[in-house]
Design a protein around this ligand. Sequence first.
Ligand code: ADP
Length: 458
Amino acid sequence: MMFYQLAFAFIAGVLLTTVIAWAQMRATERERARTESLFLSAARERQALRQGARRATAMLEGVLAAYPRPVIITDRERVILFANPAALALLGLPAEQVIGRSAAPVIQDYDTMRLLVRAARLGAPSESVFQRVTTGQTWRVSVTPLRLGDDESVTDLALTIEDLTELRRLETVRRDFVAHVSHELRTPLAAVKLLAETLVSALDRDPQAARGFATRISAEADHLAQMVAELLELSRIESGKITLQLEPTDMAALIEVVLERMRPLSEERGVALVAALPASPAALPDALCDGERIGEALVNLIHNGLKYTNPGGQVTVSADVIDDEGAARDQAESGTLPTRMLAIRVADTGVGISDEDLPRVFERFFKADRARTRQLAAQADPLAERQAPTQVGSQAQAAAGTGLGLAIARHLVELHGGRIWAESRLGHGSVFSFTLPLAPSSAQTRAELSDMPAAERR
Ligand code: ADP
């Protein structure tokens, strides 16, 4: 009995030990599997993190590459670590000559360097707008300190540059334009007011003089109306609101029509107005243009010719085909053939334009020195000096313009893809010329053109 009890206890002990050992083994295995899976998931997490970081870097680089403004990143010591394509373009240097170099000799700008030093020292963003001494450009530079380490200290500096030069230029143009318009409107308005006051006081005691004042008020009002009309026309052209009706145009016929229109002014001014065109109409091919708009440009040029030429002088309008030199230069660079263009010239024997004023005549509101022009007009015509003051006044008035006619003519010609320019000798006369593209000769191309939407043709 005792034996059986002992054997049973032994077997039970063995079984218990085995069960415990088995349980322990399972627990260790589970632990190992758990550790292994923890290890695996940590590795996966690390890989995901690495992938995420790579994607973020690629995204950031992509964004900075596409960012149109220059961005430069330097370390604390101002050694350049990164420069986006816009920054390389601004510096005019390849990446090899920028990355890894100290910012000072690369950027070559005292104000920018001062901002970098300041932002690093204060640990705060810094921004400044200044004009570069070297190039005269206006830059807005911003520096942002970056803290990429474990502590709060500045590790890097992000520099962005905005080139405000064009914006500043446009602001100045706009300010000048408003100032010019106000000035140009104020002068005739003041004249109208003064004349009206004098008219009132002259009505009873001197009706003859009163009539004169009324006529001058009417002339000033005409001048104001012309200026407002020209301003509206200029703004319509400049804002691209006009659509050209391009079609093959017989330039000789167009010139004749315009000359007829200008004939009364030519007679009033005592200035001959003639056309010098090839005898055979076939010698002058059609131009591809909007006849009405080109007629308008031609009127402005002829009007000036008559206005700035003294009685007894002459204004001659001519046209021929040329190899356009300006266009030819551009084409030589691009390797294509020079362009044959129709050139139209308006030549006068008038007062001429000084070398100093000549490059500026196509600017809006530009008017050459009126006193000198009048003096020259008087010199060119000895009769003018003997004229009564009122007559000289009316001559001066005839010469008073808005300074917009040539600006309009230039826009209209350039809209057609042509060029306009002036040559002149003070006291001898001026030649204003412009070019227009020739019309394609075949009927088929004409049909294609008329099918094309106006915007495309422009
Ligand atoms: P305006 O209405 O004053 O004539 P334009 O824009 O037509 O304005 O011309 C600008 C300036 O160019 C004129 O004020 C004048 O000084 C000068 N100018 C233009 N055409 C001639 C010309 N044929 N002869 C002399 N000066 C001219």
